[in-house]
Design a protein around this ligand. Structure first.
Ligand code: CP
Length: 312
């Protein structure tokens, strides 16, 4: 992709994904006799199953390992004297995994206590360093790229000419990672096909690394005016790292919030806490496209996987 503007690369990935949506089995021979290992340190429904389905449609075998609940716990620190609870060093485990699979994929959540370690992507980077096969992120400490590709596929399907997209912070009962929001902001910015607003209470701003080109707004009603797409998501604070935000009142999206929008469609990556992040009335309304968004995870994964298979 060298020399090609990122927005064109994203357009090509979206086109490829939508092509697979029309003809899922088009490349069923592409991954024959290839195997992908999906390594989960944390729970998943959509990412796990959509990637398995995508691999199957490419003729590839996908094996899931929920290492967080079934495997030996990993030591990450170089030079560690392993006399505690960690049983296996990541530098021993990943070469073994590389010998079993043609492609590896990993999900690893942030701890949300040490911003430097989380934003250095300590686990993902070590995994990549010790792997001898291509590695796909199934969501890491700071980013969730397969989600973002599915999100842009879903927006592209709306066939809107330069839509106004609002990423709208929502309340939650516990601190969540910033990765979905970071990634969405990064991809929308790079795509450059939309006017992009991020609405959040003061103190909940994302890292500026990911929000280039976005307009930051602290008044939800003002942000939502004339919106075509409202992407609802909670995230914990970047600055006061991992804090939940004390001023959550009024941030749950309600039907009346939608009145000044341009009949906006509502997105959420799921899982969603009903009547905390988003009201039943909106989730169950015709404005909600969250199920289609989750369904598009398959085509996003298939587009990415097929690109990787080509390079094997
Ligand atoms: N959106 C998403 O990543 O869902 P899962 O956590 O269920 O994979």
């Amino acid at each position: 992709m060298q020399g090609i503007p990122l927005s064109a690369s994203i357009d090509r990935m979206i086109a490829r994904a939508l092509d697979y949506k029309k003809n899922p089995w088009r490349d069923v021979q592409a991954g024959a006799r290839k195997r992908i290992g999906l390594i989960f340190l944390n729970p998943s429904l959509r990412t796990r199953l959509s990637t398995q389905v995508a691999a199957q449609q490419l003729g590839m075998e996908a094996i899931v390992f929920n290492i967080g609940s079934e495997g030996w716990s990993w030591e990450l620190e170089d030079g560690a004297v392993m006399n505690g609870t960690s049983v296996e060093h990541i530098r021993d485990a990943v070469p073994v995994l590389s010998s079993y699979f043609d492609v590896l994929a990993i999900r690893t959540f942030p701890g949300l206590s040490d911003r430097e370690a989380d934003y250095a992507e300590t686990v993902l980077q070590q995994f990549i360093a010790y792997a001898s096969v291509p590695v796909i992120s199934l969501e890491s400490a700071t980013l969730h790229p397969l989600q973002s590709l599915a999100d842009l596929i879903t927006i592209q399907e709306l066939e809107l000419k330069r839509p106004k997209i609002v990423l709208c912070w929502a309340p939650h009962i516990k601190p969540l990672p910033q990765c979905v929001a970071n990634s969405f902001a990064q991809w929308v910015g790079a795509w450059d096909r939309a006017d992009f607003v991020i609405a959040q209470p003061p103190g909940m701003e994302l890292s500026e690394t990911f929000t280039t080109g976005a307009q930051l707004v602290y008044d939800k009603a003002a942000a939502l005016r004339d919106a075509d797409v409202v992407y609802v998501k909670n995230w914990s604070a970047y600055r006061s790292y991992g804090a939940m935000g004390t001023d959550q009142d009024g941030w749950m999206l309600q039907p009346e919030d939608m009145e000044k929008t341009n009949r906006a469609k509502i997105m959420h990556c799921l899982p969603v806490r009903r009547n905390i992040e988003l009201s039943d009335a909106l989730l169950d309304s015709s404005s909600s496209i969250v199920t289609r968004q989750a369904a598009n995870r398959v085509w996003a994964a298939q587009a990415v996987l097929s690109n990787i298979i080509q390079s094997l």
